[in-house]
Design a protein around this ligand. Structure first.
Ligand SMILES: Cc1cc2nc3c(=O)[nH]c(=O)nc-3n(C[C@H](O)[C@H](O)[C@H](O)COP(=O)(O)OP(=O)(O)OC[C@H]3O[C@@H](n4cnc5c(N)ncnc54)[C@H](O)[C@@H]3O)c2cc1C
Length: 487
């Protein structure tokens, strides 16, 4: 039986391990953290439970494809969100509710964007066409070099070409004039870890996936149920996992990797190695490839970092929606400066997940568990996070004002993770939360490949290889790498 060693138990690692186990591989996994899941992790403290990172997902059909491939039942339950989320702008009491139903959504925007429904219909028809013209040809496939990539791009109708040069913000400006509508619809760029001013307009296809196609989904019992479900399936297949085990070295023989070595000097041997650690930084830090040296990694474009807060409150906060975005009134200036650390966090933009609203078991009776995510500069732009408590308190103060609730009085549990913490826990380069950004020169054949350049038996899966970041992309990534390995 061929043996595969998977380094990392992020969603990409877990789903690849199960795909390979279902095709007869003996699979062993190693993980530097003390439990599985990578960024899709869990924190338990003071009687509360929080998902560490992801709080909803799109493209549920990618999980359908995955379970079908593995011949298993869906190991967790998910529910479509409606409304998808709420958005508040500083200084206003209005919360815009983002519905998938265009008529209902138009009701939210009619006063600020007359004719919204018609404009949105046109915009979504266009982004839907883009999605269906590119998803299978460009997103869900492997490329054997640049020629293959450009060949496949050439089969995409040319009408979409201007979206390669425009950014998301300019594309939205072709359909909508209201500042609020454009800012809300451009949040999809932040889901990719960058601003709408830098993200190519091709990613407006995500507006179609969120508002029309498959929407967003919550997981019953919390997002970590995905990991627990996958672990149960892996256990049935006899997959072993070594936690607190960080790979730091290797031995190779010509064009084959011989073994991977952990920080304690243990050797792990296999026929095939799948790396779920970041595809760019692993090549540099462990395989010592010059192209991915520290200096060259820093020249690449990395997504923003997360500053995350996990709060346990002694009372419910009815004014909060389940998924709630809190934006300011200086969007363009803030987005242009914040990730380069050229503006302070005194008027922060952030997202709140009222975890216990959908998942009551995550907080003691009568209490509320909140997750707050504030996108901040990664460590190349802001290396010192000794002010993290101050930054966190600023966010809590802003939220208190906006909700009219004195939150600090009600906090009975508080944990803050800054970019340093994210980097140390999961080996994220400079604490970048979503891995490599999705500029045109960092996607497709330009993204670090899922097949190693030197060792024929080494492959990569996860956010910084094909196709990109986010939970459904990690599942697609496992499909693509498995196809490579099986072929
Ligand atoms: C704060 C936050 C919020 C997010 N919210 C969402 C969301 O709502 N929806 C969504 O779809 N996506 C979201 N994402 C993105 C999503 O979490 C990631 O894209 C996805 O989980 C990445 O999975 P991955 O397969 O790349 O593995 P990772 O999660 O990166 O896991 C890799 C694993 O490898 C381990 N590892 C690394 N190096 C080594 C080594 N040398 N030896 C051993 N083990 C190693 C790490 O410890 C880690 O466990 C969010 C991300 C963050 C940070």
């Amino acid at each position: 039986m061929a043996k595969a060693l998977v380094v990392g138990t992020g969603l990409g690692g877990l789903t690849t391990a199960l795909r390979l186990a279902s095709r007869g591989f003996e699979v062993e996994m190693v993980e530097k953290y003390h439990q599985a899941g990578g960024r899709l992790n869990q924190l338990k403290k003071d009687g509360f439970t929080w998902d560490l990172g992801p709080s909803f997902f799109s493209m549920s059909y990618e999980f359908d494809e995955f379970v079908k491939f593995c011949g298993i039942n869906m190991p967790f339950e998910f529910v479509e969100l409606d409304p998808l989320y709420a958005v508040n702008f500083r200084g206003s009491e209005k919360n815009f509710l983002i519905y998938k139903d265009l008529k209902k959504l138009a009701g939210e925007f009619e006063s600020i964007e007359p004719g919204f429904e018609k404009k949105a219909r046109k915009f979504l028809d266009e982004s839907g066409k883009l999605f269906h013209d590119t998803f299978d040809k460009v997103v869900r496939r492997n490329f054997n070099g640049y020629f293959d990539y450009f060949l496949s791009l050439s089969t995409v109708p040319w009408g979409h070409a201007p979206k390669m040069v425009r950014n998301v913000w300019d594309e939205l400006g072709r359909y909508f004039s209201s500042r609020e509508v454009k800012e809300i619809l451009s949040l999809v760029a932040f889901f990719l870890g960058d601003t709408p001013f830098k993200t190519p307009a091709v990613y407006t296809l995500l507006s179609y996936t969120e508002l029309e196609h498959d929407g967003y989904h919550n997981v019953k019992g919390g997002m970590y149920k995905i990991v627990e479900g996958l672990l149960a399936e892996l256990a049935k297949k006899g997959v072993t996992i070594h936690y607190n085990t960080e790979i730091t070295g290797f031995t190779g023989n010509g064009d084959k990797m011989d073994s991977l070595i952990d920080s304690k000097g243990n050797h792990f041997k296999a026929d095939t190695y799948v790396i779920n650690s970041d595809a760019a930084s692993f090549r540099g830090k462990v395989l010592e490839r010059r192209k991915f040296s520290e200096a060259n990694l820093d020249k690449m474009h990395w997504t923003m970092a997360p500053l995350t807060l996990y709060l346990g409150l002694d009372q419910k906060i009815p004014a909060l929606h389940h998924h709630h975005y809190f934006l300011g009134n200086n969007f363009q200036e803030y987005a242009g400066k914040i990730f380069k650390n050229e503006i302070g966090l005194d008027q922060p933009y952030y997202y709140v997940n009222t975890v216990s609203r959908f998942n009551p078991g995550s907080a003691p009776e009568g209490c509320e568990s909140l997750f707050i995510l504030c996108p901040v500069p990664h460590k190349l732009f802001k290396p010192d996070w000794s002010d993290r408590e101050q930054a966190a308190d600023g966010i809590i103060a802003d939220l208190s004002t906006r909700l009219g609730v004195d939150l600090p009085k009600h906090i009975i549990s508080k944990t803050v993770i800054d970019p340093d913490g994210w980097e140390q826990a999961f080996g994220l380069h400079r604490g970048s939360g979503l891995g490599l950004a999705h500029d045109l020169n960092q996607i497709g054949a330009f993204r670090p490949s899922n097949r190693d350049e030197k060792f024929g038996n080494v492959f990569y899966v996860g956010a910084s290889t094909l196709p990109g970041t986010g939970l459904p992309m990690a599942v697609i990534s496992s499909k693509l790498v498995t196809e490579r390995i099986l072929s």
